[in-house]
Design a protein around this ligand. Sequence first.
Ligand code: 5GP
Ligand code: ZN
Length: 115
Amino acid sequence: METDCLFCKIVAKEIPAEIVHETARTLAFRDINPQAPTHVLVISKGHYADAGAVADADDGLADEILKAARSIAVQEGVAESGYRVVFNTGPAAGQTVFHVHGHVLGGRDLGWPPG
Ligand code: 5GP
Ligand code: ZN
């Protein structure tokens, strides 16, 4: 655990969150500032700065995060209508929390391209 990391604190239950899904190595909770009717963040319980760091770790964790995103979409009822999984990676992409998280967005027409 990184002691000054917001999402590590959510994993440690030091900061409350509305948890909607959990696996051995992932946790998912509602975004505090939702951008769509469904806006869930799926994270690894272990600390990795971003999706690139998870990919480099090469231990099947990226697969587990993507499978969790799929389960969340089904659970939230957006798997049929369509949903988006976004990993903002680095400052230019708008990443503000440097603990890997996939945004699972759905429940409205999301539009393309993103801003
Ligand atoms: P990023 O901009 O890094 O891709 O996404 C970070 C996300 O974390 C944002 O959508 C923001 O609303 C969300 N967020 C920031 N602080 C908290 C918090 O304390 N609790 C929850 N549930 N979400 C948060
Ligand atoms: Zn962390």
